[in-house]
Design a protein around this ligand. Sequence first.
Ligand code: SAM
Length: 233
Amino acid sequence: MTIDTQPIGKISTPYKEKFAIPRQPGLAKSAEGNITFFEGFNDPNYLRGIEQFSHLWLLFHFHQTADKGHSPLVRPPRLGGNQKLGVFATRSTFRPNGIGMSVVEFGAVSYQNNQLILTVKGMDLLDGTPIVDIKPYVPYADSIPQASGGIAQHSPELMTVTFTEQANSQLKQLEPRYPALGSLIREVLSQDPRPAYHKVTHPDKTYAMTLYDFNIQWQVINQQNVVLAIQII
Ligand code: SAM
């Protein structure tokens, strides 16, 4: 049996590459994304009443890794990449059917130039990710406070993030146009995006990530993430 799934739209986000995207939604609350709807779904009726929900589930396609296939066992980053778990016991991107699910904060609905746009916040999605469905988050059914979360019981420990003088002045120049850039950089880097083994093998490496159209470089100094430069690409 095969099931045909047609994306209803795609999301634009500040995350232009996979590296450094938080591993779950809600970890970088300043990240804002816009879902634009494809023909056939570009109709405000599809979203009527959605504003009464503070949070939404996005179901989406891991389009950048979908062609890489999957195996029954994966190495979750939470376990330092050394131990294996069954793919269905993880939130790995490499899975049969490549379907992801993220709970995000509702932002706004707008309709401009015949284009329906749903704005959401806190997503962990790459720019251009195809969206296959949207559903309201229903607290009485979806929130289980006593649930046990196995290897992911608690959110990851946060690192302190600081800016060099140079990075700070670059940020100041950009903030009028990108008011959330500073907090987004802080939230993303506080998650320590380095591969776990780099902590030992590459202690002095300078890392770079792309947010919006900016190349952001940082280094770990005295166990803090220090932002060195923010350059326009
Ligand atoms: N919250 C979702 C879930 O549980 O299904 C996604 C979790 S997955 C571990 C999150 C990671 O997926 C991000 O850190 C990013 O590296 C990756 N990712 C996000 N969008 C993607 C896409 N469109 N294709 C491939 N990988 C993607």
